[in-house]
Design a protein around this ligand. Structure first.
Ligand code: DC
Length: 230
């Protein structure tokens, strides 16, 4: 059977990654979290003082961009793939609030996007992949076999993220999380390079009122409908 390319795009914290990962497992496909790649570049900038007062030193970053190695590797202790930056497992470090609050600044840089998109296309060239992000169905794989655009209300997304993040950062507040999501959504939708857009041929999934299992049944039904037409 043809190995499909499945693109999952949508707003921050709407459960894309969890859903895309589970879907990939069910189909025995590769799962790629493209947001993790932008987060890894952001972490690199932070560690190398390439960001000051929310402003990225683009020219210094571009000098080293080609040498950055961002990849996914299986980590036995985690029993899942982790994000690696220049050979180091940064899966935990890239999820900090500091990275979350600056990643939009880094991901709006044209050359960063071009470099990441090239890597993403390489990862998906043989199909059998579920990739989630913001521009997967519009830019990375405009010919993807299935495109899903996920959304949920800001309130629901912020509450979900808060429950996750409070375990890692006990001082974080719901208000801060809501503000960060709102800000990131705005920047993601309004940047000039590959803004977050719903592809014309995407299937919209609003999961505000859905349980994870309802969502998975919905998704598999839609994917089977698509497969039947291929
Ligand atoms: O999916 P995420 O929230 O971990 O993504 C982190 C950031 O990376 C997000 O705010 C926007 C950016 N991003 C992007 O610009 N393009 C993608 N394909 C994936 C993420």
């Amino acid at each position: 059977m043809k190995k499909l390319i499945i693109a999952v795009d949508g707003f921050a914290s709407c459960g894309k990654s969890t859903m895309a990962k589970e879907l990939a497992e069910k189909l025995q496909y590769i799962y790629i979290d493209s947001g993790a790649m932008y987060r890894a570049v952001t972490l690199f900038c932070l560690r190398n003082s390439l960001i000051s007062k929310n402003i990225v030193d683009v020219s210094q970053l571009l000098d080293v961009l080609d040498e950055l190695r961002v990849e996914f590797r299986y980590v036995p202790e985690m029993d899942k793939n982790g994000t690696f930056l220049n050979g180091e497992n940064v899966e935990v470090a890239i999820r900090s609030s500091e990275v979350s609050s600056l990643v939009s600044e880094v991901s709006k840089i044209k050359e960063v996007r071009e470099t990441m998109v090239k890597l993403q296309r390489e990862m998906g060239k043989n199909g059998g992949i579920v990739m989630d992000g913001r521009d997967i169905g519009t830019v990375v794989f405009p010919n993807a076999d299935v495109k899903i655009f996920v959304t949920a209300s800001l309130e629901v997304r912020a509450t979900r993220r808060y429950k996750e993040q409070i375990l890692k950062e006990p001082n974080i507040t719901l208000k801060e999380i809501k503000a960060n999501l709102n800000h990131r959504d705005f920047l993601d939708q309004n940047r000039s390079e590959s803004p977050l857009r719903q592809a014309a041929d995407a299937i919209v999934l609003d999961n505000s009122e859905m349980t994870p299992s309802e969502q998975m049944s919905w998704l598999l039904e839609k994917i089977n409908e698509k497969i039947a037409k291929i």
